[in-house]
Design a protein around this ligand. Structure first.
Ligand code: FRU
Length: 499
């Protein structure tokens, strides 16, 4: 099998001495690259008895550069084994990057990767890159780019889409065996469009239909689409670039969005029934899903925000991490996200408190501290006739630094903040949203893992994710109330060494 020089070089580099994880803190259960920069999850799939995760990867620095596809495998979605990088740029059609894409097992057992090739256009005054869709075929370890690449050209975009915004194919197979791919596309006057291409063999592709258009709502371009059936409905995930703030739910900047709807076979279009923010925190983008062999739909995302990632540069050998994979369901018309149940086997040493009364004070509880833990918390008013004003959870805390989750029951507003974490530069230090509903009890689950927190509220109806740069010794946890409330809390340490 032929391997281009850039792939050989990347493989030597990532296995070489620059990879020195022994001396640096790494998250325990969040995926990080062996070395260098990581962004979007790619090719997230179940293949030959293992989960495969590929990712946008620039091994030679902790900043974005000509992207490769890194590769890892896992049997439980949490403990990953690195494999050598799978793709490196170098062909005429992907000289400046192998951009995001997806994977699928073909009927003959081959693992098909579909990715976007990126080549800077020297004649473009904005120095943008031409984007085409390409295929690589492999066996779960070695992948060879298809000799007939690109398989979808700019000329195949209907009614003159923009060649600089045409990327991130997510491929799936329908029951009749036809392959489809949703691809993000942009056009100045129309905004984002999600296009669907189809193929019988994975190599020859033709345009099928426009799944949906954003009509300039929610940003100008949508990236990294994903489209799947879930609980009898159709779900479309997109990642909106440079969105303008729109009410309490939609934040300005770059955001993952989900739409739940129905496929109209006659009009060949997606009928959107609702649109919501996928994750209300600062750091969850480019989420991609797979169908697990047991039927679960599992989402993993890049735990960063493309708008601010460059502000948080690293003094370590790596930068960037993935979220904890999440199980998705649709319940009462909302997309519900929960950490994969596999995490439960990593829980150790439970510490549990019931009916703790907090009366306009700030308390810490014996045995509840740490930077790597899984916490379940439920908070209710101490007096059914008078609501408390505010509940606050401080974590990753030391004498002068802390991260915060705050809830105001009277307005049903929840907020996360890293305003008081140490960060030299942070243009996105907090976010807040209104909860969908409120039955008097706030349920919260927090996965804290060294440099990040993921907070799942009301059984995963609302999720906040953020990265933290506070020194790892900051490990106190404090519960604060304004008014009288009662809480139940259980924490578990998360240990990555299975016994
Ligand atoms: C999203 C994204 C994708 C693109 C990739 C390049 O973060 O911009 O649209 O394929 O990153 O690394």
């Amino acid at each position: 099998m032929s391997m281009n020089d850039s792939l050989r070089k990347a493989r030597q580099y990532e296995a070489g001495p620059v990879r020195s994880p022994v001396f640096e803190p790494r998250p325990r259960l969040h995926f990080t690259a062996p070395v260098g920069w990581l962004n979007d999850p790619n090719g997230f799939s179940w293949y030959r008895g293992q989960y495969h995760l590929f990712y946008q990867y620039y091994p030679y620095g902790t900043h974005w550069g000509p992207v490769h596809w890194g590769h890892a495998v896992s049997s439980d979605l949490l403990q990953w084994t690195y494999l050598p990088a799978a793709l490196a740029p170098g062909e005429e059609y992907d000289r400046d990057g192998c951009f995001s894409g997806s994977a699928l097992e073909m009927k003959d057992g081959t693992h098909l990767l579909m990715f976007t090739g990126y080549v800077y256009d020297e004649s473009d005054p904005k120095h943008r890159g031409i984007q085409t869709q390409n295929i690589a075929l492999g066996d779960g370890r070695e992948y060879e780019k298809y000799s007939g690449n690109p398989v979808i050209l700019n000329a195949d975009i209907p009614d003159g889409g923009d060649p600089y915004d045409f990327r991130d194919p997510k491929v799936w197979r329908e029951q009749d065996g036809t392959l489809y791919a949703v691809i993000a596309s942009g056009r100045e006057d129309l905004g984002a469009r999600i296009l669907v291409f189809q193929s019988r063999d994975g190599l020859k592709w033709s345009f099928s239909h426009v799944l949906t258009e954003n009509r300039l709502r929610f940003g100008k371009m949508w990236e990294c689409p994903d489209y799947f059936k879930l609980d009898g409905r159709e779900v479309l995930l997109v990642n909106a670039m440079d969105m303008e703030e729109n009410g309490p739910e939609f934040h300005s900047g770059n955001n993952g969005l989900y739409m739940i709807g129905r496929w109209d076979p006659e009009r060949k279009t997606f009928l959107e029934q609702c649109i919501h923010t996928l994750d209300h925190g600062m750091d969850f983008y480019a989420g991609q899903t797979l169908a697990a062999p047991d039927g679960r739909r599992i989402l993993i995302g890049w735990m960063q925000n493309p708008g601010t990632a460059a502000e948080h540069q690293s003094d370590r050998s790596y930068f960037g991490q993935m979220s904890i994979p999440r199980e998705l369901r649709i319940i009462n018309g909302k997309l519900i996200q929960q950490p994969v149940r596999e995490i439960e086997q990593y829980r150790r040493d439970p510490v549990e408190y019931r009916n703790v009364l907090i009366q306009s004070e700030s308390i810490q509880l014996d045995g509840i501290s740490g930077r790597v833990l899984d916490m379940e918390l439920s908070v209710r008013s101490a007096d059914p006739c008078s609501e408390y004003e505010r509940f606050e959870l401080r974590f990753a805390q030391n004498s002068d630094r802390y991260a915060q989750f705050t809830f105001f029951p009277k307005t049903m507003t929840a907020c996360i903040s890293r305003l008081h974490c140490s960060s030299g530069h942070d243009s996105l230090p907090q976010r807040q949203t209104e909860l969908f509903g409120w039955n008097g009890t706030l349920n919260l689950r927090m996965i804290l893992d060294t440099d990040s927190a993921e907070i799942f509220i009301n059984d995963g109806e609302t999720v906040f994710s953020m990265t933290l740069q506070t020194a790892s010794e900051a490990n106190e946890i404090t519960f604060i109330s304004d008014g009288n409330l009662v809480l139940d809390v259980t924490t578990y340490k998360l240990d990555s060494t299975l016994h």
